[in-house]
Design a protein around this ligand. Structure first.
Ligand SMILES: NC(=O)c1ccc[n+]([C@@H]2O[C@H](COP(=O)([O-])OP(=O)(O)OC[C@H]3O[C@@H](n4cnc5c(N)ncnc54)[C@H](O)[C@@H]3O)[C@@H](O)[C@H]2O)c1
Length: 317
């Protein structure tokens, strides 16, 4: 029988890549997203899509007969979380609670929660294993609140929760329009448009970047492999790069001659992230896409989808 999966945050970066893969693999997929950050163009035409807020009780019927839930919807923009902490908590804590409640009522077998490496903000052990966390910022605290409710639902109601702590995911469909966009797409799009990329701080912060297809490989494994039930996994590449190194790699690909502009540092960000992947790799998964390959694929996507559509919308004016 065809298996039914609910994906929240389906119009966002990771959610849109995930729904496409699940549809390709023959799953019946329901997507939920209020389009507060995600975009309609990210929604696959094959998807049964519902433009609803995850905090609304109207989501409950959408979980009926679902075999699994990937809960990805969240307020993800760090500066917005800092300027609107109540809204961050409302979406990331109360929103998660309502999705858990929907899954409990519908007796969904498996619940996969998109947690974050920001849980490790105050931890100075590298590579960082899953055991110890110390969230500090508003985004991290709100995602931690959601994760804590996941654990309560597991303990009290027997919902089978798997928590994934993504590191810096990059690839096609990452939002390059935000005020302070995620680093990869922001560099590439600015440089493709002939503008200098912006680096906040010295550019020496190091991040563990993982290509979205590698994350998706792990999503499929989690869905099918019962050894992941009730566990927490880091999902990163196990290698980190400084922001300056990423700029150099992008420049090697694009050869624009554009130098970065250095702007004041963004407060509250960790200096280093680096995943210990022992638990995930013990299941037979490993990241496959090297940074050079991932960046080249992201450049191709941005060139073909974003620049082309900008040119055609200019032509239409
Ligand atoms: N991308 C990363 O590097 C990364 C790293 C760590 C954790 N994560 C987590 O992975 C998940 C997906 O991240 P992403 O990068 O795709 O983010 P994203 O912002 O692109 O996607 C999140 C989606 O959730 C939707 N959303 C937000 N609030 C909602 C609400 N109240 N109701 C319905 N929909 C709502 C947004 O419209 C958006 O489409 C998030 O939970 C995030 O915390 C992502």
């Amino acid at each position: 029988m065809q298996r039914r999966i609910v994906v929240t945050g389906a119009a966002g970066f990771v959610g849109s890549n995930l729904t496409k893969l699940l549809l390709d693999r023959g799953y019946a997929v329901r997507g939920i997203d209020n389009l507060s950050a995600g975009t309609a163009e990210n929604v696959d035409e094959r998807l049964e899509f519902h433009a609803i807020d995850i905090r609304a009780p109207e989501i409950y019927p959408l979980f009926e007969e679902a075999d699994a839930v990937f809960h990805l919807a969240a307020k993800t923009c760090l500066p917005e979380c800092v300027s609107k902490p109540l809204e961050a908590a409302s979406m990331n804590v109360m929103g998660t609670l309502n999705v858990l409640e929907a899954a409990r009522r519908a007796k969904v077998r498996k619940f996969i929660y998109a947690d974050t490496s920001a849980e490790y903000e105050g931890i100075k052990e590298f590579p960082t294993p899953e055991e110890h966390i110390r969230p500090i910022g508003i985004y991290a605290a709100s995602k931690h609140g959601g994760a804590t409710f996941c654990e309560s639902y597991r303990e009290l109601y027997g919902i089978n929760v798997t928590i994934l702590r993504y590191f810096n995911v990059y690839g096609p469909a990452q939002d390059w329009r935000r005020v302070i966009p995620p680093v990869m797409s922001s560099f590439i799009i600015r440089m493709l448009q002939g503008e200098q990329p912006a680096i906040y701080g010295t550019g020496e912060k190091r991040r563990d970047f993982i290509y979205v297809d590698d994350v998706n490989d792990f999503h499929l494994l989690v869905l099918e492999d019962q050894r992941t039930d009730g566990k927490v996994f880091n999902v990163g590449s196990g290698i980190n790069f400084s922001v300056n190194e990423i700029y150099k790699l992008v420049e090697e690909l694009l050869k624009t001659g554009l130098r970065p502009i250095y702007k004041p540092d963004l407060p509250g960000e960790a200096q280093i992230t680096l995943a210990d992947l022992t638990s995930a790799m013990a299941l037979g998964w490993k990241p496959r896409i090297a940074i050079t390959e991932g960046l080249a694929r992201t450049v191709e996507y941005l060139k073909s989808r974003v620049l082309k559509s900008e040119v055609s919308s200019l032509g239409a004016k």
